[in-house]
Design a protein around this ligand. Structure first.
Ligand code: AMP
Length: 421
């Protein structure tokens, strides 16, 4: 790139500018509030993890391996930027000794995730997730709890056009037989399937069910349904989850095509979708039970359930539904020295007011008129104006911008005055 080009952001990432940050804070605070109200505690895990850890998580290996930001550090170790948080959280649960504490460990995390995907609307290379996990308890009631938590959060954000889809994909007892049935059903049609599906038929047949290709749809529609082939305990677990959701007044639709492609996912899978999110990007929240993950990472066999929600998508749907969050002005009070050479006094006035209200100084050398215009534009509630003579007397003209009311106030009385009005 020629040296004269301004340096721009990497492809597929975005900045959160101050004007958007208020909406982000609202989404994050609601997540923390709702998660805590269910007894979940915050956890943070590193953004870099051993590549091996995140690669064990990859769906359909050859596809997702390409999505992982993988690099060698200076010591020659292979690391990856986390593409999701679950594997890291499970690792931390064991390494941090949480398995010796009360079970399940109820945990939530907010943070950036990284996937080297083709950037498009609703799909970024750095994006943010709310991740919620309950580790160490096989009870189906926890599946319902996790779903209720997600629903509570989306509801707190005022999102209305959200649909919950639910399925069960069985476990290591009943799924192998179902997968053979699925393969037997699809094999005679193999030549007519999309090349990806031809490959899935052999490597990962469950993924045939979430194929979006037009030419595979007729076969999908007639495919045997996993919920017709669950073993007794899986059936019971599924009906318990459904009963609990009914009791909680949470509506859902059964979707026999909703799946996860890896062996360690078991039983409940769910997704919250938004009507307005089109095509492949229609998912706001994806989750389910993953009783086999801990042992896939070579830790003791431990049941767990959780979900991940995409914050960018949640925010764009809030905006679409008109849930506009008005950012608070950066400063409630702007100190406007009316003549040059008053910076020391202006800084002193500001220092004394900050306990009462967020305060900034306009240090520029433009005219007082221009400073007033800028203060109005910035949304400040008050301005404190003073010239050299007023500075010497340690007073300002305190003006309330909307009413235009103005009065002389001594520096010493400013904090009190700002708090009381
Ligand atoms: P997943 O971990 O793939 O189940 O994704 C969970 C949620 O994260 C999805 O429902 C999306 O809301 C969000 N998400 C996944 N990938 C991306 C991406 N590349 N850009 C933005 N959001 C994403």
């Amino acid at each position: 790139m020629p040296p004269s080009q301004p340096i721009r952001a990497a492809r597929g990432v975005r900045d959160v500018l101050p004007g958007e940050r208020a909406a982000w804070a609202q989404v994050e605070q609601a997540a923390a509030r709702v998660a805590r109200s269910f007894g979940y505690q915050e956890i943070e895990v590193p953004i870099i993890e051993p590549a091996e850890l995140v690669e064990r998580m990859g769906e359909d290996t050859d596809v997702v391996a390409k999505e992982i930001y993988r690099f060698q550090d200076r010591g020659g170790r292979w690391l990856a930027l986390r593409p999701e948080a679950t594997a890291g959280v499970v690792r931390a649960y064991f390494e941090g000794g949480l398995q010796a504490g009360p079970q399940p460990a109820r945990l939530y995390l907010l943070g950036p995730m990284f996937r080297y995907d083709r950037p498009q609307a609703g799909r970024y290379r750095q994006f943010h997730q709310l991740d919620v996990e309950a580790i160490g308890d096989p009870s189906p009631a926890l599946d319902a709890e996790i779903i209720e938590l997600a629903a509570g959060w989306l509801n707190a954000l005022g999102l209305r056009d959200v649909r919950l889809e639910l399925n069960s994909i069985g476990d290591s007892r009943c799924r192998p037989a179902y997968l053979r049935l699925l393969q037997d059903y699809y094999r005679p049609h193999k030549e007519k399937l999309h090349p990806d599906c031809q490959r899935r038929l052999e490597t990962n047949p469950l993924r045939l069910l979430d194929c979006k290709e037009e030419r595979c749809q007729p076969f999908k529609a007639r495919a045997p349904r996993v919920t017709d082939h669950l073993c007794e305990p899986c059936q019971e677990a599924f009906s318990e989850v459904r009963g609990l959701l009914d009791a909680a007044g949470i509506e859902y639709q059964l979707n026999p095509f909703l799946v996860r492609g890896l062996d360690y996912y078991t039983r409940t899978v769910f997704e919250f979708q938004h009507e307005a999110l089109g095509g492949a990007q229609n998912s706001l929240v994806g989750g389910g039970r993953y009783d086999g993950l801990a042992s896939a990472l070579n830790w003791p066999d431990t049941p767990a359930v959780g979900f991940a929600a995409g914050l960018e998508r949640v925010l764009s749907m809030m905006k679409r539904e008109g849930e506009e969050v008005v950012p608070a002005p950066a400063a409630g009070l702007l100190v406007l020295p009316a003549e040059p050479g008053l910076s020391v006094a202006a800084a002193q006035v500001a220092r004394s007011c900050r306990e009462a209200v967020a305060t900034a100084v306009d240090y520029s050398e433009r005219s007082l008129r221009a400073k007033m215009r800028a203060a109005a534009k910035a949304g400040a509630r008050w301005v404190a104006i003073f010239n050299r003579e007023e500075g010497a007397r340690k007073v300002v003209q305190l003006r309330e911008m909307t009413s235009g009311e103005q009065a002389e106030v001594a520096w010493a009385d400013l904090p009190e005055r700002l708090i009381s009005s």
